[in-house]
Design a binder for this molecule. Structure first.
Ligand SMILES: C[S@@+](CC[C@H](N)C(=O)[O-])C[C@H]1O[C@@H](n2cnc3c(N)ncnc32)[C@H](O)[C@@H]1O
Length: 273
């Protein structure tokens, strides 16, 4: 593994979500400042680490499903760091020739990602705002690695939780769909608390506050109905929009599905016609 060095331009004085997430996943790409913020968030939502792991498990299963459909090129929006069973690691275990572009808006996360991927010619990490599809599609590394005339797997693991209703998540999803060739797939996961008990809901609300205070990003927690509406007119693959833990579960590999966090997120995959 590439040694985790402090690149001069990577901001290691301020916590960032990608490194906090890496910490929850048991990774090495985080600093004291990230761990302190991560623990503060955990103090309000004790199951946050299991939630991160359940989301990464969902992503792993989604990528494997797309590989089984013949997808060999992936764009992973709001990816976080390219470690801990992230998209290229899962893809290359099945198809070493698969191409993957990770997209994140945090410059520090992208700098770390570039280091981590230095020896991976078929994988890139770019800095772009996932709310701006043109920024993504026009990026030179995307143009070099991804052929939009062929089916692509577009992964949105947690992107839309950062998108305000006034920025129209449904229109954003549709814009990505329209840019992809028929036979492409969009895999989406989203934080939710509509099946949680009252105590866990309060914890989720406090976690959102802690995220805002800690890293300056607002999380939009939504119910199943709101998320389902974004997919209207799209063809969802079986089993449709479900709790992440129920989307093609893999009991031997998934985190314990009985944890309180199992109801805190939905996942779905749509096929582009
Ligand atoms: C929870 S982490 C990574 C989750 C990962 N996709 C997964 O499913 O396991 C969320 C990441 O989204 C990034 N992010 C937040 N808003 C974004 C935006 N508008 N565009 C791109 N990345 C964004 C953050 O910087 C962070 O690294």
């Amino acid at each position: 593994m590439t040694t985790f060095t402090e690149r001069p331009s990577a901001n290691v004085d301020v916590a960032n979500i990608a490194r906090i997430y890496d910490y929850y996943l048991g990774g090495l790409y985080n600093f004291e400042v990230d761990r302190q913020k991560a623990e503060r968030i955990r103090s309000v939502l004790p199951s946050v680490e299991l939630l991160a792991r359940a989301n990464r498990d969902w992503l792993r299963r989604s990528v494997r499903f797309l590989l089984a459909q013949g997808i060999d090129q992936f764009v992973d929006l709001a990816s976080g760091l390219p470690t801990m069973n992230n998209t290229h690691e899962v893809a290359h275990a099945r198809n070493p020739r698969a191409r993957v572009v990770y997209v994140d808006c945090e410059p520090s996360a992208v700098l770390h990602g570039e280091d981590i991927l230095a020896d991976e010619p078929l994988v890139a990490m770019i800095e772009a705002d996932g709310r701006e599809p043109e920024q993504v599609w026009s990026h030179p590394r995307v143009r070099e690695l991804i052929d939009l005339s062929r089916p692509v797997g577009l992964i949105m693991g947690g992107l839309l939780v950062f998108v305000d209703d006034k920025d129209d998540p449904a229109a954003l999803l549709a814009a990505y769909r329209d840019a992809c060739a028929p036979g492409s797939y969009l895999s989406v996961s989203h934080l939710s608390d509509d099946q949680a008990d009252a105590e866990t809901r309060t914890q989720v609300a406090r976690m959102s506050d802690a995220y805002l205070a800690g890293v300056g990003q607002r999380l939009y927690v939504r119910d199943r109905e709101a998320i389902a509406a974004w997919f209207e007119g799209m063809e969802l693959v079986e089993p449709g929009l479900t709790l992440m833990a129920d989307w093609r579960p893999d009991p031997g590999l998934d985190v314990d599905a009985q944890t309180p966090s199992r109801v805190l997120g939905y996942g779905a995959t749509a096929r582009v016609r």
